[in-house]
Design a protein around this ligand. Sequence first.
Ligand code: ATP
Length: 288
Amino acid sequence: MAFNTFQLQAPAKINLFLHITGKRDDGYHLLQSLMVFVDVGDTLEFAPHDSLFLDVDGPFAGDMPAPSENLIYKAAGLLAAEYKTTMRGRVRLTKNLPVASGIAGGSSDSAVAMRGFVKLWGLPEEHERMQRLAQRLGADVPACFIGKPVWAEGIGEKMTRLPEMPQMHFVLANPMVATPTPEVFRRFNSKYSPAIQFSGRRKSMHEWIADLKLYRNDLTDAASEVTPEIKQVLRALAETPNCHFARLSGSGATCFGVYDNADAAMAAVNKLKQLHPGWWISPANLLR
Ligand code: ATP
């Protein structure tokens, strides 16, 4: 890596649960969700350059939109307009996360791109101003800017950072069928969940798991209509030894299983890879 070049990780997001509690007059759904981030993600490498240049590589580079549509470009444009500066820098995105898969790969890339451009362009680190810009980039971007467990309400804009959570071990599995979020919301026609009071005051991993099992992802039926393979993924995860529960993340199609330790998660990964060689399957640990 050349001098002045630096790398940032854009972690995947998991919705440990996601309840839809209503709909606003403008059509946006109201939700309550516990969003966490894991040690699996895309990588962004930044280097000085006098104009803005984006390279994409990695296993899912081929599924990406044109560079001008990339959320990294949009983050650069917004930041440059806000701080009245020019867009510049060479960014190499290594796309490790499947695209349109419910784990906020694009949102995380754009949140991390904001951090990268702030550093590269020598801008001040102004958290609240950044959060306002992040909101304009997408509903999940402010949470991705935090990158640690958050309790999200409203249309996702009301966020409370949770106190430290115990380590949790996951397996992520995706059937490799892109599942566009707007299509899933269009099909959502279940009853709304009652709003819950949620506090992060649980101690052990087992207390957390026992509580999380009581909740659900309300988008599961709608997402399974769009991508029927989701049901198969949930079943396959739930059938792996020592899986506490399996659930859909976001609007899918990525699902996750929760395990006691990294060994149990790895054993499940190996088994699922044998059974479903066409799926994207990865172990993941919580970023606390
Ligand atoms: P969420 O969980 O926030 O709904 P997602 O994981 O379902 O997000 P993304 O992978 O973030 O979906 O992609 C959503 C859309 O954004 C895709 O259709 C893709 O074309 C577009 N996009 C723009 N920039 C990026 C990027 N850097 N990475 C991935 N997708 C991007």
